[in-house]
Ligand binder design. Sequence first.
Ligand code: SF4
Length: 257
Amino acid sequence: MPDKRPRKPAKRSAKAGAPRRGSRSARGQPGATRARAAESPAARKRRAVRILEALHELYPEATCALHHGDPWQLLIATILSAQSTDETVNKVTPVLFSRYPSPATLAAAPLAEIEEVIHSTGFFRQKARNVREASRRIAEDFGGTVPDTMEALTSLPGVARKTANVVLGTAFGQNEGVVVDTHVGRLATRLGLAWSAKDGKDAVKIERDLMELIPRADWTFLGHALIWHGRRVCSARKPACAACHLAPDCPSAGTFD
Ligand code: SF4
């Protein structure tokens, strides 16, 4: 990762609510909650804009890590990525798409054959049914073309708002929402950008908070960039706060020691 913003992480004093080492809050989230409580909405918005600017500098080319050649392939890959990793999905989709190169061919494929190909992604029986049925709907109801509206996409089996956001933002360039996966949920919480959510798993509230703070034109970028930062710097178990360029604007910085 290019080291473009050599900034020192901000120091958090005890007066500012820094949690004691070893306390529950020292593991991050409650400390961030206390810091957020004292912050005005205007100050939070200014801080969010600074974080966004830093993310643009750090990851100017942030994009979806799922390999795909068209919107249908991205949709199928995103359905397969649930409870899996992008790396695992990227290993199975070349085989899947070479055997079944279109919605119509996947819709006509025997379920057992799809299950065999996607087995390593987990929950393979349900996913096989979903990708086949979603492909059948696209072939029969949408003329073989993936629909480009939230309503139509979420009518497909296995497609909830998160998957639809991935497809709309990445394949169609539409900023309809922010993709909130496990990385985005965790980072939004640690960064104090999701003040109304109970925790990093409250995807609906996290997305709503992020949409309120971040300009619409950056909704898709924000999701990709937070995922990249979560993978490279702010991991679930061991966030590298000392090397993090977002630390000056992160209320959780240094609370994981
Ligand atoms: S790694 Fe960065 S974003 Fe994550 S908690 Fe530490 S300072 Fe905040």
